[in-house]
Design a protein around this ligand. Structure first.
Ligand code: MN
Length: 480
């Protein structure tokens, strides 16, 4: 990927945020002065890095504070500039953002490992202060991953692994799918070079074989919608390389991956999405168990879209993702989409949305308050928040839980009062014990009795911190 020049960057900022051009230019000049004489592993002047990071954020329509902080983001760690200077030259808000992305000094820790765990915790918990810190971190990581080729083999593997374990799940939890997919593929390339190449080539082949068919389908759907005066944009979408790899690992063949080839169908209004669905099902045979309505039940990272997989004219599977324009922005950019939709209020809106609607935020708060030790905290976050999810059906609603959750976890999620009285589960009309590990699409009923049945063994059988804490509380009360 070509580097952008400062002129290209600032012209881009001018287009969507002309009022901030002066301040952002000043941030660039300060960063350039302080990084003077420093070089990247690629041999380029160091300033190219913060400039590209700021450009990635400008593409998300980031506000002025964020752009200034992105340009200055490595100054506290790598130059003589101090936080107080940034506060005087810019603002407290910019200084806090830069401080937020700055690593804790090695001097405060007895070992490198301790320092690493403390830093990971600092990054993860920064969302509680200001989600823009983690968004800057994600952009920083993305540029570092794009330029990872200049690092040693050891560093490449180390950074790729950390990206997969921390940054990819973070991007997912904030709904930043575009960033998530690029981070996944870049990491995967360094972790499993041969698999990456093999899948890359096969994917290219499938794309070229099916290009005409996808265009034809897009054309047909678009024509029938336009006939009914429904405006629409249809964009082909191919699954990312790591996404394909995960499916292959789970035993699927290329031809069985139901969303390898997809069409994004973008409408103005929600009602038009359902009309589109009607046209699609009317023209192509749908695969019944691949239908999902995430408009009616959004994912906990706010993803909304109707998914249906149909059989294409050339007999391959094609997924249709139907959504409105606003949903598409949020599906692509995640929480940062509010920079564009809410302009000056975006910062407050993002923090409010996070508190109100993003499940990982609530769970993170619990884990943060319970696990004092940094290593235990990081381990718990990885196992509980940064892991795959299961989706079960409870009372007609879709509930999302971390993979490995049992009936006990579901009970404490949906009914805190009744949970201690849980005696059995009914899963898909069959009886199961309460420690049954939930599977995708299970239809679950909770059977409760008159008396509390909660006991010590529940602490082991529950998976989520939320359930464990409530069980502990209850057991403590009893022993008193
Ligand atoms: Mn950096």
């Amino acid at each position: 990927m070509e580097n952008v020049t400062f002129e290209e960057f600032i012209n881009f900022v001018k287009e969507y945020n002309p009022d901030e051009v002066e301040r952002v230019t000043k941030a660039y000049e300060v960063a350039q002065r302080f990084h003077d004489g420093q070089y990247r592993d690629s041999g380029e002047p160091y300033i190219t890095h913060p400039l590209q990071v700021a450009y990635i954020l400008a593409e998300l329509r980031a506000d002025g504070d964020t752009l200034c902080a992105a340009l200055l983001h490595d100054c506290l760690e790598d130059t003589t500039l101090i936080k107080g200077d940034i506060e005087i030259l810019f603002s407290k808000s910019v200084a806090d953002l830069v401080d937020g992305v700055t690593k804790l000094s090695r001097l405060n820790f007895s070992s490198k490992e301790d320092q690493n765990f403390a830093n990971t915790r600092k990054i993860i918990t920064s969302v509680r202060e200001d989600v823009r810190i983690i968004i800057i971190k994600l952009a920083d990581r993305l540029h570092n991953m794009r330029t990872l080729g200049y690092k040693s083999k050891f560093k490449q593997k180390e950074n790729a692994l950390e990206t997969m374990e921390i940054y990819v799940p973070f991007a997912y939890n904030l709904g930043c799918y575009q960033m998530k997919r690029e981070l996944e593929d870049l990491s995967f390339k360094y972790l499993r070079e041969d698999d990456y190449k093999r899948i890359f080539d096969e994917r290219e082949k499938i794309v070229s074989e099916n290009k005409d068919m996808l265009d034809q389908m897009a054309h047909e759907i678009s024509a029938s919608l336009s006939e009914s005066n429904i405006s629409n944009i249809i964009i082909p979408r191919i699954k990312n390389i790591y996404g394909i790899f995960s499916k292959l690992e789970n035993g699927y063949k290329f031809s069985e991956i139901h969303d390898l080839l997809a069409l994004k169908i973008i409408e103005e209004k929600i009602i038009d999405c359902y009309t589109s669905l009607f046209y699609i099902h009317n023209s192509y045979v749908p695969i019944m168990d691949k239908f999902r309505d995430y408009i009616a039940s959004p994912k906990t990272n706010k993803y909304q879209s109707i998914h249906t997989t149909v059989i294409s004219p050339s007999d391959t599977l094609v997924q249709c993702q139907i959504r409105t324009r606003l949903m598409d922005r949020i599906d692509t950019y995640g929480l940062p989409a509010y920079w564009d939709t809410d302009k000056g209020y975006a910062r407050i809106r993002m923090q409010e949305e996070l508190k109100k609607d993003y499940q990982f935020y609530t769970s993170l708060k619990e884990i943060d308050s319970i696990f004092k030790d940094n290593e235990e905290f990081v381990t718990q976050v990885k196992e509980e928040l940064f892991t795959d999810k299961v989706y079960v059906n409870y009372n007609g609603d879709t509930k999302e839980l971390p993979k490995g959750s049992t009936g006990i976890d579901l009970a404490y999620k949906v009914d805190e009062e009744g949970a201690p009285k849980l005696v059995n589960l009914e899963v898909n009309n069959e009886k199961f014990p309460i420690n049954y590990v939930l599977q995708n699409r299970d239809r679950v009923k909770l059977i409760t009795g008159e008396e509390d049945t909660v006991n010590e063994s529940w602490l082991v059988e529950a998976h989520t911190t939320h359930a464990k804490e409530l069980i502990k509380e209850r057991l403590n009360k009893e022993s008193k």
